[in-house]
Design a protein around this ligand. Structure first.
Ligand SMILES: C[S@@+](CC[C@H](N)C(=O)[O-])C[C@H]1O[C@@H](n2cnc3c(N)ncnc32)[C@H](O)[C@@H]1O
Length: 159
């Protein structure tokens, strides 16, 4: 099973890096886990709507260049579909049972994901209606993927 997170921009803060490294280490016993960063596009404070769409489009093209046809894609989107951890774990189990061995998660940059990326996604997943910084989202997502594997393994982690 290959799990990949494609995200925009470099992870800067040490505390995020440490948290993600810990869950990545734990995940390694369940899957091949990798994080692929694509460069962010400069987005000054004052951009017109059209300029913001352009930034998302360019970042979106970079994201899409990292995704192969066979990959099942979850786009992280505030307005996507919310799940419980148990439901998410069940989805991962079902995907693997029915032959999907490449699951990819996509996290947008500071302006979000382009329409093209949302269109490519097989599903959109929301972690609630709050807007989270993309770096924090990476950490939260990594923990939830680990949680899903632990739930599916029947291990005493999830309460
Ligand atoms: C700072 S947010 C972008 C905010 C932008 N206004 C939007 O609506 O997407 C950066 C990225 O983090 C992810 N994200 C942030 N909060 C989220 C949430 N509550 N649920 C799912 N994804 C979230 C999304 O992939 C988003 O593109």
């Amino acid at each position: 099973m290959n799990i990949k997170i494609v995200c925009v921009g470099k992870l800067k803060e040490k505390y995020f890096k440490q948290g993600i490294a810990e869950y990545a280490k734990r995940l390694s016993k369940f899957c091949k886990f990798q994080i692929v960063e694509v460069p962010d596009e400069k987005a000054p404070e004052k951009l017109s709507d059209a300029e913001m769409e352009k930034v998302k489009e360019i970042e979106g093209e970079r994201i899409l260049s990292k995704i192969k046809d066979k990959e099942y894609v979850y786009a992280l989107a505030i307005l996507g579909k919310e799940r419980t951890s148990e439901k998410f774990a069940e989805e991962i189990k079902d995907l693997t049972t029915y032959g999907t061995s490449d699951i990819t998660f996509v996290i947008g940059g500071s302006l979000g994901l382009s329409p093209a990326v949302l269109k490519r996604a097989n599903t959109q997943i929301s972690f609630g209606r709050f807007t989270m910084p993309h770096q924090l989202m990476r950490l939260v997502l990594t923990e939830q993927i680990y949680r899903a594997f632990m739930i599916n393994a029947g291990a005493p982690y999830h309460k």
